[in-house]
Design a protein around this ligand. Structure first.
Ligand code: IPM
Ligand code: MG
Length: 263
């Protein structure tokens, strides 16, 4: 499933927001593994974000005294399956996995760390480190080259994946794949609906085209086509960048440049 961005300011105060549809869809399809690659310069990392648990899905509400709450909940089996994904990916890459948590404060993080450590025993060829999320945010800015695979829970992954995208040219370039065990995956750009530039024909389509590449690779088993599309996008990015990258390409001319490289 190839998905566009959702959310608009006019719905910010609505009872039902478009984001709820997306969050419900992820859960209904149980696409628990969200892969968000970031590449460029010295950076070549993959954020593996748990996508169907944590704060987004825990008990939430308003108490009688007016206190509003969201709760972060994880079951060990949820952690185990995403950890396995992370290790599997790390061993096809540079063999390094940074598991990001807040184990100095949170119970869910202490359990996360324990389960990840247990799973690591099955992947002796992968080098595991545990990094606290605040430190991880700093290292991402200071020394992003040290990261290969970053494995983390839903909310931390939401935040760190935007930070990682910012390191490599911004949200316009970032793609993601959301995968379960077997069923259909969801492939979508990381960026939002960008209402500030809607309808002007200048949006950078690279994040969407790269999501198509991820769909070819992970959803359709066509790694060769994925590689060719990814290369064509890279070619267009260096030859005819869009405005967000300081160039003059429109959405249409960028897509035409990509098609040119493919034929
Ligand atoms: C993302 C987005 C979504 C999220 C929003 C739109 C609900 O920020 O995919 O990163 O928070 O997961
Ligand atoms: Mg986000």
């Amino acid at each position: 499933m190839l998905l566009g961005a959702v959310g608009l300011p006019q719905f910010d105060a609505a009872d039902v927001r478009p984001e709820q549809g997306l969050i419900g869809l992820r859960r209904a399809l149980d696409v628990y593994a969200n892969l968000r690659p970031a590449r460029g310069g010295t950076v070549d990392l993959m954020v593996v974000r748990e996508l169907v648990g944590g704060l987004y899905y825990g008990a939430k509400g308003t108490r009688a005294d007016g206190t509003v709450f969201d709760t972060c909940e994880y079951h060990p089996t949820q952690v185990e399956r995403i950890a396995r994904r992370g290790f599997e990916l790390a061993r096809t890459r540079r063999g390094r996995l940074a598991s990001v948590d807040k184990a100095n404060v949170l119970e869910t993080s202490r359990m996360w760390r324990r389960v990840v450590t247990e799973v690591a025993a099955d992947y002796p060829e992968v080098e595991l480190e545990h990094v606290l999320v605040d430190a991880a945010a700093m290292y991402l800015v200071q020394a992003p080259g040290r990261f290969d695979v970053i494995l983390t829970e839903n909310t931390f992954g939401d935040i760190l994946s935007d930070e990682a995208a910012g390191l490599t040219g911004g949200l316009g370039l970032a793609a993601s794949a959301s995968l379960g065990d077997g069923g259909p995956g969801i492939f979508e750009p990381v960026h939002g609906s960008a209402p500030d530039i809607a309808g002007r024909g200048i949006a950078n389509p690279a994040g969407m085209l790269r999501s198509v590449a991820l769909m070819l690779e992970h959803g359709l088993g066509r790694a060769e086509q994925a590689r060719r599309l990814e290369e064509a996008v890279e070619g267009a990015l260096s030859g005819a960048p869009t405005r967000d990258l300081g160039g003059a390409a429109t959405t249409d001319s960028f897509v035409a440049a990509v098609l040119d490289q493919l034929t």
